[in-house]
Design a binder for this molecule. Structure first.
Ligand SMILES: [Zn+2]
Length: 252
């Protein structure tokens, strides 16, 4: 059996002193594969270094909506150069976050447009972060009509999920599916089997029963258990389909 944590942040300083142990614990808990997602140029370079060091660890390169305001003209060229590394499987995370608004909306939208164009040019899937901006993100996605990627840490409603799946997107559930979240649980029951991914978004969003602790990829098993229960399927089956889906999306 193998689990795939489709989205985490191993570059986070929370792991500075313990990265070897964190990756080993993932392996010990059947998490044979994980993807560490880039947040900006420097973070994407750091993600590549980590992916190069460990077997089974992959990465993406991108500019997070929170970091969009600091973007430079040549950033897309830099991301394109980085994407030549064989461990880079996706562009992102990119998208819109109108909840925190750490970057102004215009910068976020420009960064999102640019990264959709880049992903399309390179034929790579996108890792999309949307928070409190689902209608606005949909409008941008409809403009480009490039629908290869995953809506990570899904927090939208059922209608949007149905639309996204119909276009070909994957939906990824994080530890938040283990919280008291009836609407999200309902969505996890109904998403077609070949569209589901699981993730930790570690070090953030630790699943029950690890709430209050630092999250790490080994804990993706709790999210897998919850999704399996919701869908009335054996844990091994959920592990199998989510790992297969993630490998298909990221072409591993
Ligand atoms: Zn993330």
């Amino acid at each position: 059996m193998a689990l795939f944590d489709s989205h985490c942040h191993l570059t986070d300083r929370a792991y500075l002193a313990s990265l070897d142990e964190v990756v080993q614990r993932a392996q010990d808990n059947e998490v044979k594969y994980l993807l560490t997602a880039g947040l900006n140029i420097d973070d994407s370079l750091a993600a590549i270094k980590i992916a190069d060091k460990y077997p089974g660890v992959y990465c993406s390169v991108g500019i997070h909506p929170h970091d969009a305001k600091g973007m430079h003209n040549d950033d897309m060229d830099k991301l394109e150069q980085m994407s030549a590394n064989p461990k880079v499987q996706a562009i992102g995370e990119t998208g819109l976050d109108y909840f925190r608004n750490y970057s102004d909306r215009e910068s976020q939208e420009i960064a999102f447009h640019n990264q959709i164009n880049l992903a399309q040019k390179l034929g790579l899937p996108m890792i999309i972060h949307i928070r409190a901006a689902y209608p606005e993100a949909k409008a941008i996605l409809l403009e480009h009509k490039y629908y290869t990627g995953v809506l990570h840490c899904y927090s939208g409603d059922e209608l949007f999920a149905q639309w996204a799946v119909a276009q070909g997107f994957y939906i990824s559930f994080s530890g938040s599916i283990t919280y008291d979240n009836p609407q999200l649980k309902q969505i996890a029951k109904k998403i077609p089997e070949d569209r589901i991914l699981i993730e930790t978004d570690a070090p953030y969003l630790p699943p029950v029963p690890m709430r209050g602790k630092r999250n790490e990829p080994a804990y993706v098993k709790y999210t897998a258990q919850t999704v399996a229960q919701l869908r009335n399927c054996p844990f091994e089956h959920l592990a199998h389909i989510t790992t297969r889906n993630t490998k298909t999306l990221f072409r591993i």
